[in-house]
Design a protein around this ligand. Sequence first.
Ligand SMILES: Cc1cc2nc3c(=O)[nH]c(=O)nc-3n(C[C@H](O)[C@H](O)[C@H](O)COP(=O)(O)OP(=O)(O)OC[C@H]3O[C@@H](n4cnc5c(N)ncnc54)[C@H](O)[C@@H]3O)c2cc1C
Length: 614
Amino acid sequence: MALDSKVPKGSIKDKWTDYKNQINLVNPANKRHIDVIVVGTGLAGGSASATLAELGYNVKSFAYQDSPRRAHSIAAQGGINAAKNYQGDGDSTYRLFYDTVKGGDYRSREANVYRLAEVSANIIDQCVAQGVPFARDYGGLLDNRSFGGVLVSRTFYAKGQTGQQLLLGAYSAMNRQIARGKIEMFNRHEMLDVVIVDGKARGIIARNLVTGEIERHSAHAVVIASGGYGNVYFLSTNAMGSNVTAGWKVHKKGAYFANPCYTQIHPTCIPRSGDYQSKLTLMSESLRNDGRIWVPKNLEDVQAIRDGKLKPTDLTEDQRDYYLERRYPAFGNLVPRDVASRAAKERCDAGYGVNATGEAVYLDFAASFERYGKEQAKIQNISNPSAAKIKELGQEIVRAKYGNLFQMYEKIVDENPYETPMMIYPAVHYTMGGVWVDYNLMTTIPGCYAIGEANFSDHGANRLGASALMQGLADGYFVLPYTIGDYLANDIRTGKIATDSPEFDAAEKEVSERINFFINNKGTHSVDYYHKKLGKIMWDKCGMSRNEEGLKTAIEEISTLRKDFWENVNVPGTASEYNEQLAKAGMVADFLELGELFAKDALVREESAGGHFR
Ligand SMILES: Cc1cc2nc3c(=O)[nH]c(=O)nc-3n(C[C@H](O)[C@H](O)[C@H](O)COP(=O)(O)OP(=O)(O)OC[C@H]3O[C@@H](n4cnc5c(N)ncnc54)[C@H](O)[C@@H]3O)c2cc1C
């Protein structure tokens, strides 16, 4: 099949406006006769559901959590980008576009990215109107901070809880439509297949996770907004439930999958602490506004720190290597994530890692305490403040900006980051790859769309910080609601889609057989046993550093592991109850297939790109 991106003709800055003026529309009376299924209620799916319902479509929304507002988007900490130029520091739509394309190693679709930059400002207005409590400066105006890979401050934020606040906004908008009956919400439902009728996506098969019942749902279009698949690595910063199933099912029914191997490795995560860990924790990139990254200059100091004979605070300035500031003076500590991650790994591989495993660098706020403290002393007219007073005043400012992140760090690591530098190391965080979509966000299955992290379109080989929330909300509030109308305009006379067709029968049968297999297999190993093994292969051979031999071995190992899984997996309990292991078995089965495609994709890319060395 030849891929047609359907990017409109014309100059890049006029494409979206011209396109919107020309596409087909569905009139309000006809929208009432059209059903749309949205799988996912994170920022992408939540905003899409609310907007499509507001427009008049009948929406059915699905989430595996017990409430839309528990979608993984809630975890987003640092902020959301928008080209508003509130700081007057030279920002513009073009600069946001340029930074995003450059940050993605020139591997994103430029027309989509320009559109993203163009609608970014509308997102902030929309969210403020919903009551999202963005941080404000002293005068009451919306505040901004900087994220990696840019030279301006364009990131809007709500302390370290931006995703949560944005999701509450989208969730409120959804709730209004749920109350009006325009959104039918299916919590605790997992989509297990897409149903294709006459070549078009016309519904899904879902499992009620509480009762185990298998259900058929029809619609005129299906939107996949199921988030990213970083958990293919087992350990990642993603929510434990994040998975690839919805995207993988549409892929298996004919939707193309793009750039599966482009994984974002985030430079500032709390290092792994041992073998019995199921989750890694992010320390937001926003911390790099005020934290400086370093390792000791001398290997003897590294060893003394590891042996507990020296503390990082004992080292003088000239005994420290602020390697990002040294290597990238223009961007300093705010280089893009891929660059910061690769540099941390390079230093640690060279033996400079500062913890017991040798996989940690410092993120140090001492200079900010001093800088802010001196400023505060001046503002408060404190003459000749002591060093302790300056530190105290500076820490108050840092606490106000990132207090919850410092608290989280202390709870996990049991060290006070106000007194000693944080230790950080790169970890799997985001997947730029995903279901291939055209300019309309439609997959290669007519009527099946993919939005948010689930699609591949905007971030190339590396996403810039604070751009995922922007993309999810751009797709859901401002792009899909237009582009889907162009397709649905042909469905105004179609009428309800029946669920008793042979296509629904076949899809349901396949889903039921797989569930029955898991329950009846009674094998010897748990689902997690396989997930962990897969994760280790992925991190060791398809992680930051990749080579031909390792990738070929990974392909073989994943295939062998998958065979073993289908012979020996053990799923306790029954199919007619709330059974987390059963749900997870399906997700891991899909990860085991995705993992192989992932390694094959990495194998044919004979280049270093994004967070990956080759
Ligand atoms: C710790 C952390 C911090 C982050 N901080 C930032 C930040 O500051 N700024 C930024 O821009 N980005 C940030 N990101 C990235 C960003 O949070 C995500 O990319 C984004 O929230 C994804 O949104 P989404 O709507 O595409 O998917 P999600 O929020 O992951 O939502 C997925 C939805 O799909 C549903 N779902 C999935 N599969 C199925 C299925 N089979 N059946 C039914 N429902 C299904 C889920 O129930 C859920 O509702 C962060 C990521 C992490 C991990």
